[in-house]
Design a protein around this ligand. Structure first.
Ligand code: PLP
Length: 377
């Protein structure tokens, strides 16, 4: 099956009890034990297994050509589960990109994860820096986020995977920004692909959910399944149902996001109040060719630097009228955000940079709103 067909059919069937073509939402927390001590479909208690969660996991597995998927209550719960599931035989050392989703930085800085693991951050676009980092000390996980957030750096996934495999490290790709429509990390050799399903997959800013998709059966995957059931960070059946509904239009939406984003990027590039635009679909993006080689589209997320400093960037963010000044990305709505003032002292985001998640509004309205906001500075 092609991607769009899998997105609509995998994890779904006509409900045998009612004939309903969309799955019922299974809210029951517990399930009846049979006379032989077993359970129908091995479903005993909703934390360990829930039908809606399993439907979503099956569909995500198919979308990224994986072996299995595990859904969690948020992208951060998925990230934590991945890190904590590293089998004992691996070194407790993780090499991460220095430019990545800020929540992971907070996870390391503000929780015990940073003390339990040896964390090294490097410029992941620099192959030499990666070689040095992984040859310096035995490494358990090499983490990739591409395109990165918010500076939209592109990492050559195949190259990093091959270097990591050379030292026996596990590779994990945060595929949230690209979405499964435009990038297939497991096909590029990664061991695990990870999503904040909250973003493009859910797609409407009404779900908080995360998922990990595994390339093959492994001890680490088994540990993650145990983590899900026993540490208990599971998503609700309703959110799994909503995410699966969002997936039906994922391909259509993400292509429309990307079309709007390229149009907006070209508009911003030609604006006299804009100093730089970061979007992998632009020919002048430093990694445009790598992006073209590993992605089938360039996504809906971009960032741009305004002429001036933090005050000017904030003025633009405060002046938009239709676009919403909000965190997050991948929704039908366009969102703008000044990451430096959100991330405060830990930020490496330039002070004049604004992140823009280009939504599905008419692109002329998005450009007109940005234009009037930029005219305020
Ligand atoms: N990864 C990326 C790239 C993100 O942008 C986010 C959230 O913004 C996350 C992970 C965390 O996901 P969640 O907010 O669903 O916990």
């Amino acid at each position: 099956m092609h991607f769009e067909t899998k997105a609509i059919h995998v994890g779904r069937s006509v409900d045998p009890n009612t004939g309903a073509v969309t799955a019922p939402i299974h809210l029951s927390s517990t399930y009846e034990r049979q006379g032989d001590g077993g359970y129908i479909n091995e479903t005993m208690y909703s934390r360990s297994k829930n039908p809606n969660r399993r439907f979503l996991e099956e569909c995500l597995t198919a979308l990224e050509n994986g072996y299995d998927a595990i859904a969690f209550s948020s992208g951060m719960a998925a990230i934590t589960a991945v890190i904590e599931s590293l089998p004992k035989k691996y070194p407790k050392r993780i090499v991460l990109p220095n430019e990545m989703y800020f929540g992971v930085k907070l996870l390391i800085e503000k929780t015990d994860i940073g003390q339990r693991f040896d964390i090294v951050t490097i410029d992941m676009t620099d192959g030499e820096a990666l070689k040095t980092a992984i040859n310096e000390k035995p490494t358990g996980i090499v983490w990739i986020e591409s395109p990165s957030n918010p500076q939209i750096n592109i990492t050559d996934i195949k190259k990093v995977v091959s270097l990591a495999q050379g030292v026996g490290a596990i590779t994990v790709v945060d595929n949230t920004t690209a979405s499964p429509v435009f990038q297939q990390p497991l096909d590029l050799g990664a061991d695990f692909s990870l999503h904040s399903v909250t973003k493009y997959i859910g797609g409407h800013s009404d779900v908080l959910l995360g998922a990990v998709i595994a390339k093959e059966s492994s001890e680490m995957l088994e540990n993650m399944r145990l983590h899900q059931a026993n540490k208990g960070g599971v998503p609700s059946p309703f959110e799994c149902w909503l995410a699966l509904r969002g997936i039906e239009t994922l391909s259509l939406r993400v292509h429309a996001h990307a079309k709007n984003a390229l149009d907006v990027a070209l508009f911003l590039e030609s604006h006299n109040k804009v100093k730089a635009v970061h979007y992998p679909g632009l020919n002048n993006h430093p990694s445009h060719d790598i992006a073209k080689g590993q992605m089938s589209g360039f996504g809906g997320l971009l960032s741009f630097e305004v002429e001036g400093g933090a005050d000017d960037a904030l003025k633009v963010a405060n002046s938009v009228e239709m676009i919403v000044q909000a965190t997050s990305l991948g929704s039908t709505h366009s969102y703008i955000e000044h990451r430096a003032s959100v991330e405060k002292e830990l930020t490496i985001s330039p002070e004049n940079l604004l992140r823009l998640s280009v939504g599905l509004e008419n692109v002329e309205d998005i450009k007109a709103d940005l234009n009037q906001a930029l005219e305020q500075i």
